[in-house]
Every structure is written in C-alpha cells, then in structure tokens.
Design a protein around this ligand. Structure first.
Ligand SMILES: [Mn+2]
Length: 322
C-alpha cells in the first residue's frame, strides 16, 4: 500500500478532481468528501463532490458551503467507500472501474480502485483526511473543522464506540481549536430525533426479540413501518444501534425490508463477536463492531439465515471459553 505522502503527491499533481461519497450517505463519507474538496480548492484545484443519493438536511451545511463546479475530471477519488457497489446505481454505472484512488478505513474494502489507501485503525475516514490536509500544509478553516468533526463524531457514536482512539480525541481537539461547532453538531446528530424517526423507533422496538440466552437481540423494520411513520432509510441509520444497547447482548441486528423482496441487515456487536466476519459469511462486510449485508430473501427466510450465522458465531466464542 502507498503511504499518505504519496496520496498527497498524487492529488496535488492533478487539477480537476472529482470526489465520490457512498450512497445513503453518512457524516463520515460526506464530511471526508467536503473537507477534502475544500482543502484541494485551497490548493487551486477544481473539485466537486458527488453522491448517488440526496444529501439530507442535517448535512446541508456541507454541500451549501461549497458551490458546485463543473468540469471533466482528470482524477476520481472515492472516500469512505468500501465497495464499488456502495456508490449506488447511477454513480456505480458511470464510474465503475474508473476510480483512480480510494481513501477509506473499512478493513473489508474490496480494492476496487486503481490505488487504495486503507487504514482500518482510523475510526473514521475523516481522520485520514485530517492527516492529508496537514501534510498539504493547509490551515484548517471552520468549514473543514466542522466537516471533519462530523465525520469523526458520527462514526464513533460521539466518541463512545470502541474504534475511538487517543488519536481520535487528539484530532477532535485540533478541529475544536480550528473552530468546529461541536455542541451544535452533537446536538443535531446525537440529541435530536425527527418525529417521524421517533415513531419508527417505537414500532421497531415493539418487534425486538431475544435469542441464544439473550445474547442476541433482533429488531425488524418493515416497509409498512416506514410508510406508517413517514420515516425513511436516510434518517433511520441510528436505529441499528438499539438492539446492542440491551444489557447482556453481544450481537444486535436490525433487519430492514427493502423493495423487491430483499432485506438489509445491520449488525452491531460487543467483544468478542466480530461483526465484519459475521456479515462476510452472508456476503457483506464492514468493521469489527459494526457491519452489514444484504440478503435476497423475505424477512422470515432472512431471519433464519441470520440466526443460524449468529448461532455459529456465538458457539465459536463458547468453544473458545472451554
Ligand atoms: Mn466511515
């Protein structure tokens, strides 16, 4: 793998750089993309950020802070994108096999880009972007600071998840010194629920079931619940954190019904269960404590598949204890 100064050299030798975020965007992919975009513009580059899905209102401060530029890109960079498929329909079609560089922190990254810089020790891709900006010798402005803080805080559950390192806190300290509006960002992402999300959460919690000596909790979100609550996939990301919050639970999973008879599964684990390993058995991937997969089956069948894989993962652990 190339080192970060090589990544910086590659970026600085190009003039027109397109940055791609993953579909169903989160704070890290967008914060990383927009902070990098701003930094490259400070170096006199033309840049633009594209995302396959609409950018929701709580991230609008990022897109509205950077006017669109249109150009034919010389260099295409994907940030926080673990798999080309995660670019989403249109972008995947257009840029498949045409990504020059991927900057990411998913250990499960498929290596789809011509060049990849993957650091799975980083809690967020935004930590890597922070280092890139430093190497470029650019002073962080408030906009970049807000973007990077959003990426780091959202990927660490506001500095609570086990991926949070001393480096995470050091970078947070630096972006706070650069003017990041942490209290407003924390309030927006960790202390605020839309009414539609609250309604969805209530229905989803009603479906919660415990398995395997109550070490596993599973919640199901149907399409009907989306339409009844008025919520949508974009605002229901944080729902995946709920099952693991119950005491004694080592594996929390959320099954979300999709259009066309498939489901998306989000898995959150506590040690010693490896969420990425569990999801990779079902064709997905992610991080050690947070991962996901898609199953081409209805809720009932998908639940069976999920349960048998969780059972196996938990029994490996029980055997390890013997
Ligand atoms: Mn991330």
């Amino acid at each position: 793998m190339i080192d970060l100064s090589e990544v910086v050299r590659l970026l600085l030798e190009k003039k027109k750089i397109l940055i791609l975020a993953h579909s169903h965007p989160d704070g890290d992919t967008l914060g990383s993309a927009f902070a990098l975009s701003r930094a490259l513009r400070a170096k006199g580059k033309q840049t633009d950020v594209l995302c396959g899905d609409e950018i929701t209102k709580n991230y609008e401060f990022m897109s509205m802070g950077m006017e669109k530029q249109s150009f034919v890109p010389e260099f295409v960079v994907a940030v926080d994108v673990a798999d080309e498929k995660l670019l989403g329909g249109e972008l995947e079609k257009k840029y498949s096999q045409k990504i020059d560089l991927c900057i990411d922190h998913h250990g499960s990254n498929t290596g789809f880009a011509a060049i990849s810089y993957i650091d799975s020790d980083s809690a967020a891709t935004a930590e890597i972007i922070f280092d890139i900006i430093n190497i470029m010798g650019i002073e962080l402005d408030k906009y970049m600071a807000d973007c990077i803080y959003t990426g780091i805080s959202t990927d660490t559950g506001c500095f609570r998840y086990s991926n949070t390192s001393s480096r995470t806190h050091r970078i947070a300290a630096e972006v706070i010194d650069a003017g990041a509006n942490t209290s407003a960002i924390d309030r927006e992402f960790f202390e605020t629920k839309t009414k539609t999300y609250a309604a969805l959460e209530k229905m989803a919690l009603d479906t919660l079931k415990m398995y395997f000596d109550e070490k596993c909790a599973i919640m199901t979100v149907t399409r009907e619940m989306f339409s009844k609550s008025g919520s949508n996939a974009a605002e229901c990301d944080k729902i995946a954190a709920l099952p693991r919050q119950i005491e004694g639970v080592l594996v929390g999973a959320t099954i979300r019904e999709q259009e066309g008879g498939s489901v998306k599964i989000s898995v959150r684990t506590h040690p010693p269960v490896d969420a990425a390993a569990l999801c990779s058995r079902m064709g997905g991937g992610g991080h050690i404590r947070a991962a996901g997969c898609k199953i081409e089956a209805g809720i009932e069948k998908a639940t069976e598949i999920l349960l048998s894989n969780i059972k196996e993962a938990l029994s490996e652990y029980d055997e390890g204890k013997k």
